[in-house]
Design a protein around this ligand. Structure first.
Ligand code: PAF
Length: 302
């Protein structure tokens, strides 16, 4: 059986060789149903395009563990709280397609807005036990309802065995975990590490919008997070660290701090006093003029 399964999937990869692009749900469903009948496992990497090395590392990871990898590119309008942010979101489709071919993505799902929302792009309303109102949720109203709406729709279309999400958007990752748990969705969610530039800046599609000066200033964010990690070992109370971070950004002329928080990894509740053997993370959002950058790191808790 396993040999047959591998044979069909290898045949798929070799005979078509080039990546298949599906623009409609129906096209994608019928292609995947043939493969699924032959027991090919499907890994899924949802994206909004403007692909970078971080995305590619996720796709490579998915390739290792699944017979077929589907990548979607869809800039989801309902997860943007500001229209300007949606308009300014980088769109680099031709380059994305080249990159996907280079990493041997099997299937690109490239739906139109009409295909997904049928002229009515509205969010469903979810209850994620208050995870959605913390950190990013305080500053981006309805953002996670928008994310969960599209992810749920894509899951229903692709029906993958495994779906891959980066730790770069840590809150998104745990909300998606909550989504599959609460809605009994039978898909394994795989977390992928935050991929960084050599100078430490977390890779993001938004980095392309930084001016040269802002780009040079941006690694400061990770530098501060690493120092926070050291300080976290020395202080029991987080108040001092919060103050220190605010002060550091106050002195930085290129970067404006929106929020910094040390929170529990599971509940995302901010902490005043740390306890031993609990997992904590530091979360940060910063503006470089109009470009919003987020980052987070796990804190080493002695
Ligand atoms: O992380 C992203 O790029 C998006 O939020 C996602 C998961 C593709 C949903 O639009």
């Amino acid at each position: 059986m396993y040999i047959l399964k591998c044979y069909v999937c290898v045949l798929f990869n070799q005979s078509f060789f080039r990546m298949k692009t599906c623009k409609t749900k129906q096209e994608l469903r019928s292609l995947l149903s043939i493969l699924r009948e032959k027991n090919c496992s499907v890994g899924f990497v949802p994206t909004m395009g403007a692909l970078h090395k971080g995305h590619l590392s996720i796709i490579k990871k998915a390739k290792k563990k699944n017979n077929i990898v589907v990548v979607s590119i869809f800039v989801n309008p309902i997860q943007f709280d500001k229209k300007k942010d949606l308009i300014n979101y980088p769109k680099t489709l031709d380059k994305d397609i080249e990159l996907l071919k280079n990493v041997r993505c099997d299937v690109l799902f490239l739906p139109s807005e009409k295909e997904i929302y049928n002229d009515n792009p509205t969010s469903l309303s979810f209850d994620f036990d208050n995870l959605e109102n913390k950190l990013e949720g305080k500053f981006r109203k309805n953002h996670f309802n928008g994310v969960a709406t599209i992810v749920k729709k894509l899951f229903e279309i692709v029906e993958p065995n495994k779906a891959y999400f980066g730790e770069k958007d840590f809150q998104q990752l745990i909300i998606i975990n909550k989504l599959v748990k609460k809605q009994n969705i039978n898909i394994k969610i795989k977390k992928c590490p935050n991929y960084r530039e050599k100078d430490g800046l977390s890779m993001s599609s938004r980095n392309a919008r930084l001016t040269e000066k802002q780009r040079k200033a941006a690694p400061f964010i990770y530098k501060i997070l690493k120092k926070v990690n050291k300080k976290f070992n020395n202080y029991k109370k987080t108040k001092e660290i919060n103050k220190w971070v605010k002060n550091k950004f106050h002195k930085n002329s290129q970067l404006n701090l929106e929020y910094f928080a040390i929170a529990k990894e599971k509940s995302l509740k901010t902490v005043k006093i740390k306890k031993q053997n609990k997992k904590y993370r530091a979360f940060i959002a910063v503006f470089a003029n109009k470009v919003r950058l987020i980052d987070n790191i796990q804190l080493y808790n002695k």
